[in-house]
Ligand binder design. Structure first.
Ligand code: ZN
Length: 317
């Protein structure tokens, strides 16, 4: 029954598209005039100087999601099969980019990928439709297959907490051809910019070399495993994520792919001190316990894997 309603909605979308094709900008949508800092959302003067220098990209946002017209266009495009709306959104982004006056000569256009499953169900990737319009308007190459989603993730809109959003997308994108990415510039196209987690993750895989710092409780820790099982039951953690927790042996594998692998272990018995760390004398308590941990790890190295935090640094020179 659900399928029938879905199909009916799609057909309705097609019919509406044919009857009322949207090929020009609906009036009254206010266009932004600058690029933005993805970290703090500040407008960038001259579209060049960036306030948060560590940001991996500049954010282009044609308009605001608080505009009801924009919200409707996107919602219909994603959930009501109104693929014609992509033309309108594409024009909006084209006009915005033109107004910025940036030289886009050596850029390629990449749509943010959605999982194969979702694309099949929806019948299309909405970001791809918008990206097509932009690449056509500026005569730029469209790289549809450059990035793909290597696993299912929860829809970002369903994940409320910023940290969880980041986790939800961690390592979910892969690039098909690393050589193609070298010394290139990209316009990455998506419908909405929310936490920035998606773009941060894509920017990371597009950069060759570099290094990765991760913090994880290894799969040997019984308490962490209990929490993971609970998270899985309430759907916070996907099955993929639940079956891919780092074990100590994984660092041996990492050694094959990275020039330098460094791991540090924290919080074995000092875990009991963590709840007190913000109370008076708490930080001293944590410090003392941490030092005891150091001695324990030195005497009994096999206990390291039960540390509550493992910080690992992978470097590819
Ligand atoms: Zn900033």
């Amino acid at each position: 029954m659900h399928k029938v309603i879905e199909l009916a909605e799609k057909v309705k979308g097609w019919v509406l598209d044919i009857l009322f094709p949207i090929s020009s900008l609906p009036v009254g949508i206010k266009l932004n005039q600058t690029l933005f800092c993805p970290t703090c959302r500040a407008r960038l003067p001259n579209n060049t100087k960036i306030c948060h220098k560590k940001s991996q990209y500049k954010l282009g946002a044609a308009s605001s999601y608080s505009d009801a017209k924009i919200r409707r266009l996107i919602w219909q495009l994603k959930y009501r099969g109104r693929t014609g709306n992509s033309v309108c959104l594409g024009i909006l982004l084209t006009d915005y980019l033109k107004n910025l006056g940036i030289n886009l000569k050596n850029y390629s256009v990449i749509p943010v990928p959605i999982s194969k499953n979702r694309e099949q169900k929806r019948g299309y990737n909405h970001a791809k439709l918008i990206a097509k319009i932009i690449s056509g308007n500026f005569n730029l190459p469209l790289e549809e297959e450059m990035i793909f989603k290597n696993r299912e993730t929860l829809p970002q809109a369903e994940v409320k907490d910023w940290e969880e959003r980041k986790k939800n997308l961690k390592d979910c994108f892969s690039i098909t051809d690393a050589a193609k990415v070298k010394n290139k510039n990209f316009i990455i196209v998506d419908d909405v910019f929310t936490s920035g987690a998606t773009l941060n993750e894509i920017a990371r895989v597009l950069k060759p070399g570099g290094f990765l710092i991760g913090i994880e409780t290894l799969a040997h820790h019984p308490l962490a495993n209990l929490k993971r099982r609970l998270n899985r039951r309430c759907g916070v953690r996907t099955d993929w994520a639940a079956s891919h927790i780092m074990k100590i042996n994984d660092f041996k594998t990492a050694n094959q792919y990275f020039n330098a692998v460094e791991i540090r272990f924290f919080h074995f018995i000092s875990l009991v001190a963590i709840p007190f760390q913000n109370l008076p004398g708490g930080s001293l308590f944590v410090k003392i316990m941490n030092n005891i941990d150091k001695i324990i790890f030195l005497l009994f190295p096999f206990l390291k894997r039960y540390g509550f935090k493992s910080v690992f640094i992978l470097i590819k020179k």
